[in-house]
Design a protein around this ligand. Sequence first.
Ligand code: GUN
Length: 292
Amino acid sequence: MTIIDGKATATAIKQEIAAEVAARVAAGKKRPHLAAVLVGHDGGSETYVAHKVKACEECGFTSTLIRREADVTEAELLEIVAGLNADPEIDGYIVQLPLPRHIDEQAIIRAIDPSKDVDGFHPVNVGRMSLGLPCFLSATPAGIIELLRRYDIPTRGKHCVVLGRSNIVGKPVATLMMQKAEPGNATVTICHSSTPNIKEICLQADIIIAALGQPGFVTADMVKPGAVIIDVGTTRVPDATKKSGFRLSGDVDYANVAPICSAITPVPGGVGPMTICSLMRNTLLAAEKALY
Ligand code: GUN
């Protein structure tokens, strides 16, 4: 059984990106510049954005963090987005989700210039991904594909079961796994909260990608021996033994599933660190005007 080490893979990728940035700077080009917009004080969002800023430092990027309180208006956010679209200094930016309920998330995403949408959330980038055209791939699905590539995990003709249909992970990773590409070329089934026979479907899977946000959902009796398990879950569960008061829990019952599968991503240290690498890669592509 292989433990897929997302942390080590992410460290290697950040070093590759840092070397490319150093070569750019040596050639007289500017450092890639990523901006992040963070609204409110959601614990998960604070952590993610802090990791993104740190990754920028590791890759030799410039980063800008724009913070607003949770009572920011939609009009004010749209103004910030318009400013970032117009600013030639900024190569790419993200608006950290979720946003407060009074703000129409999709309206904000639609306002982002697709050529600066390094999260790959804008309908233009989602559409281009669906068509197999060059685009900013959303970060978590791209990170999963990169892990499969770097660990030489065969996907062609395999049955891949995706658990979850979110816009950020489930839908795009299903699209990429079925794409005429390597990794890709898989036969994909998507299960969600209205799927009645998830266990039976999972038992047929060569690859399970669990992105439900339900700690321990995938149990050993749902996994075919030798299957590959990609765990995207990162739910904070209370844990008095931790200084923070919580630990991250994946969607997979790791202790019991790991012994029967052929490869598995741990939580933490699996998919999570790869997500940020994809964002860095997209920002470098944006700085190079490689796509738009
Ligand atoms: N919230 C959870 N994941 C993400 C992500 O990849 N990008 C943004 N902007 N917000 C998120």
